[in-house]
Every structure is written in C-alpha cells, then in structure tokens.
Design a protein around this ligand. Sequence first.
Ligand code: HEC
Ligand code: HEC
Ligand code: HEC
Ligand code: HEC
Length: 412
Amino acid sequence: MTAPPRSVRAAAAAALALAALGALGATGAAAQAGSGLELPPDPLGGRVLFAAKGCAQCHGIAGRGRSIGPNLGEGHFSGSFLELGASLWNHVPGMSVTFDVAGLPWPELEEGEMTELLAFLYFIEYLGRPGVAAAGQEVFADQGCAFCHEIGAGEGIGPDLAGLERFASPLYVAQEIWNHGPRMLASMRELGMRAPSFAEGDLADLAAYVRQQAEGGAQERLLLAPGDPNRGHEVFAAKGCSKCHGRDARGGEDAPDLSQVDLHRSAEGIAATMWNHGLVMGDFMRERGVGWPIFEDSELADLIAYLFFLPFADLPGDPARGAEVFASRSCADCHAAGELAAGGAAEKGPRLAGSTAAASPAALMAAMWNHAPMMKTAILGEALPWPELAGADLRDLRAFLGRQAAAAAPPP
Ligand code: HEC
Ligand code: HEC
Ligand code: HEC
Ligand code: HEC
C-alpha cells in the first residue's frame, strides 16, 4: 500500500480544515478536568482567529498558504498547551522581526483567543489525510471484509455496505463497524477467521473505497465532523468508559491511563486504536457487566475529539523547579516574585507575585504574548539572550507564580 505524496495529503487536509469551517458557531466551553484549560467546543473555530489576527499573512497551514513563517500543522505540534506556548514564545524574536519588516502590528490575544488558536494548531493533525480508494480496496480484501460483504451487489454473510456511502466520514464508517462489532466478531469466530485490525489510514481508505464502489467514481465530498471534545467527555462517562479508565481517563483499575497513550493521531487512527483494543476490552466489559457501547450521530466523533485532546491538558507543575526556571531564564532579573524579590530584583518589569498573570495556563500565555514586544526590547536591550523555554518549563513556572500569588494574597 503506498501513501499519497505528502503535498497532496497536506493540501487535502487543509481543504478539509476549510470545508469544516462551515460548521462553526457553537459557543461556551467546559474545562478540561483539573488543568484549568477551557477547550473550545469547535476546535476548528480558531481558523477564523488565525486569519483575523494576521497569522495567515505569514503562515501556511498543512502545506497551503503563505510561507514567510514556517508552515504550521501536519504533525507540527504534539505537546501540551503550555508546550505549544513555549514554542510560540521561543520564536518571539524571530517573529517580531518579520512583523517589523512587514509593518504589521503585534496582534494582541485575549486568554480565550490564545486557547482557541493553540487548540486549532493542535487539532490539524486530527483531520488526517483523505482516504485513497485503491488502498481501501486492499484493506477490504486483506482484512477479510470482502468475504462477507458486498458493496452495491446485495447481501452476503453480512449486509451490503453501499448504504454507508451516504456518510462520507471515515468516523461514520468506524462507528458502524464498532456498533456491529460483537455480532461481526461472533460470525468471524464461527468461520475461524481472525479479527480484523486497522493501521493508521486504513479506515480513511476503507471509507473512500466504499464510497467509490457505491457511486462508481471518486468523490470530492469529504466532510469530517470535527467533534466536540467537551461533549466527548460526557460520552466517555455515559458509555461506561470511565468505569474502567477513570472519570478523566487518567487510568483506573486494570485499564490504562489514556492521556499517556499516543492518541495525538488522526481521528480515524484513534478509532482504529479503539477497535484494535476492542477485543480485549470486550472481554473486560463482559466480566464487569458493562454492555458493549453503541454510538449514535456524532457520539464517536465527539468521544474521539475528547481523547485527542487528553495530552493537550497540562499536568500540575512543580513550583520548586519553576523557581529555578524563573531564576535561570533571567525572568528574576526584571520581575520580582515574592521570595525572589529579596534577592534584589531591580523590578524592571511588573511584579508577578500576586498578579493574575498565572491564574490559568491561557492567562499566562496571553500575558507573555501581549507583553512580548516590550519584553523583547528590554531583554535584548540588556544584551541578555532570549530566555528560551522548553518542555515542562512553563508548567513549572506557572506553578511557582501561582504559589507566590497565594503567598502574596492578604490573609482572610
Ligand atoms: C509577519 C509574519 C508573521 C506573522 C504575522 C506571524 N508569524 Fe509566526 N512566525 C513568523 C516567523 C518568521 C517565524 C519563525 C521565527 C523563528 O524562526 O524564530 C514564526 C514562528 C512561529 C511559530 C513557531 C513555529 C515552529 O516551527 O515551531 C508559531 C507557533 C507561530 N509562529 C505562530 C504564529 C501565530 C499563532 C500567529 C498569529 C497570532 C503568527 N505566528 C503570526 C512570522 C510570522
Ligand atoms: C465473517 C463475516 C464478516 C466479516 C469478515 C466482516 N463482517 Fe462486517 N458484518 C458481518 C455481519 C454478520 C454484520 C451484521 C452484524 C449485525 O447485524 O450486528 C456486519 C456488519 C457490518 C457493518 C454494519 C453494516 C450496516 O449496514 O449496518 C459494517 C460497516 C461492516 N460490517 C464492515 C466490515 C468491514 C469494514 C470488515 C472488514 C474489516 C468486515 N465488516 C468484516 C460479517 C462480517
Ligand atoms: C471494562 C473495562 C473497560 C471499559 C468499559 C473500556 N475500556 Fe478501554 N481498555 C480497557 C483495557 C483493559 C485496555 C487495555 C487493553 C489492551 O491492552 O489491549 C483498554 C484499552 C483502551 C484503549 C487503547 C489504549 C492503548 O494502549 O492504545 C483505548 C483508546 C480505550 N481503551 C478507549 C476506551 C473507550 C473510548 C471506552 C468507552 C467506549 C473504553 N475504552 C471502555 C478496559 C476498558
Ligand atoms: C529584561 C527584563 C525582562 C525579562 C528578562 C523578562 N521580562 Fe517579563 N516583562 C518585562 C517588562 C518590561 C514587562 C512589561 C511589558 C509591557 O508592559 O508590555 C514584562 C511583562 C511580563 C508579563 C506580563 C505581566 C502582567 O502583569 O501582565 C509576564 C507574565 C512576564 N513578563 C513574564 C516573564 C517571564 C516568565 C520571564 C522569563 C522567561 C520574563 N518575563 C523575563 C521585562 C522582562
């Protein structure tokens, strides 16, 4: 099976992102449990901000668009919110030079906007690549589907799959396969067939093949319901996943912590993972008396969006390490922060102890971004190197600033 060239996949992914924009407009957000992160109900909504804030003037998405700045999307970002934030921060000097050259103002970002933008950049991977019908035909044969199913030529051991064609999304196909899983597996067991398992891309290819067979030609229509991660959290509880994996998917008795599993993949790739584990899970479910969950409408898409965003939420940071970062990255040279003020900080920047700048991950990122041009002038003016941040740095910094803020608060 050959994958289509990257540029084709990229362009198509961008087209998907744009096509899915039609589905904008939802409002309200729920917190990603425990992390202080409010996820947007429509992760593609940030596309609008990306244009409105001028990012699109310099950055292409997934291979399309301008290329003054690096192309974003397509496996670019896989870290948590604050890890992505750190990467944005590290590029401030390079980016602001191009802003100056282009005569563009530095775009101010509010807290919610920062979340929407980074969630959007993170989400691009979710769209995956469009399926390739010829590859889908191979999957259909190799995985034994063809043994039991026809497409548009009547019922075999299993139903004719032509009806699936109405629903262009690979997630819809995945949902149907999942819902019929137990009976399909029973029928395979009877015939002594091995259960099918899917690799990344297989479900997208299968969906493309089904569509092509049913309609007799390649179709342009590729509408992937983006999925609402907040609603997906509810689905996770309602379908009993939380019984084994814990309320926030952080692991439970005998079931893995799903935030530690590599789920930052395309949506159909996550669906494939779920299916592949379905056999083992099914036995556990029977033991625990949890029925095989059946998904309707956009439920699987929502659930998968929720799983996809699990690694996006930052774990609590380590304030002691944050204090080291604060000192070693020269923040303490300009900002007083409680105990470090005693060290004689010159207060060339605002006091960060007691400030609300670290109230949430998004608040911290927005504050750092909005003040970045002034800070850049101050930092480079003192001939200090730009304080690069990596990995858990920002998470730990926030924990440290949060502790200082608590200490600075007047006693009740
Ligand atoms: C005037 C052009 C310009 C605009 C507008 C712009 N950027 Fe950039 N951006 C750049 C350049 C140039 C770099 C590379 C800087 C460097 O290498 O340090 C960059 C780097 C980045 C990076 C790091 C990419 C990587 O490879 O890790 C991110 C993320 C980013 N920009 C996001 C944004 C966002 C979000 C916006 C809108 C708020 C934006 N940019 C607006 C020019 C721009
Ligand atoms: C051993 C026979 C067998 C094999 C092999 C098989 N299926 Fe099925 N499939 C069935 C049966 C039987 C049903 C109906 C189950 C039910 O009614 O719940 C079904 C149902 C389905 C449905 C739901 C169809 C609908 O109209 O509701 C889909 C989608 C599907 N199969 C896809 C696949 C795919 C894709 C493969 C290959 C990976 C596959 N099946 C392999 C027997 C099989
Ligand atoms: C009865 C307990 C139980 C229930 C209910 C359950 N799971 Fe699981 N799940 C497990 C176990 C055990 C594993 C590990 C199986 C394995 O290693 O193959 C697992 C594995 C997984 C994996 C793969 C993790 C990896 O390592 O790649 C995913 C994804 C997953 N579950 C999602 C879900 C979702 C979504 C639901 C609800 C629709 C759910 N699970 C319901 C017990 C359960
Ligand atoms: C050379 C001096 C200097 C250094 C070093 C410096 N800053 Fe700043 N910082 C400033 C100045 C000046 C401002 C105010 C900018 C403005 O008003 O736009 C500021 C503003 C901020 C704000 C916004 C405060 C608020 O109340 O909204 C945050 C957050 C911040 N800095 C964090 C940091 C962190 C974290 C570091 C270390 C990685 C750091 N700064 C390093 C000078 C500095």
